[in-house]
Design a protein around this ligand. Sequence first.
Ligand code: SF4
Length: 63
Amino acid sequence: MSEISTDQTRCQGYGNCAAAAPEVFDLDDTGLVEVLNANPEGPELARAREAATMCPVQAITVG
Ligand code: SF4
């Protein structure tokens, strides 16, 4: 099972991740990434991996 983790100290709040995988990522009240589902599967996992590649500051890790 893949585990999603994010680094809020790197996140700049661009929102690419939430746009690419809205069931996995959102932005919190401070405008930084929050993980809605740390263990996505199937198509959601694929979108989470895509989101990780789209983050301009490499704040997303798919373990
Ligand atoms: S794409 Fe990266 S910088 Fe943008 S909100 Fe997501 S984690 Fe933060």
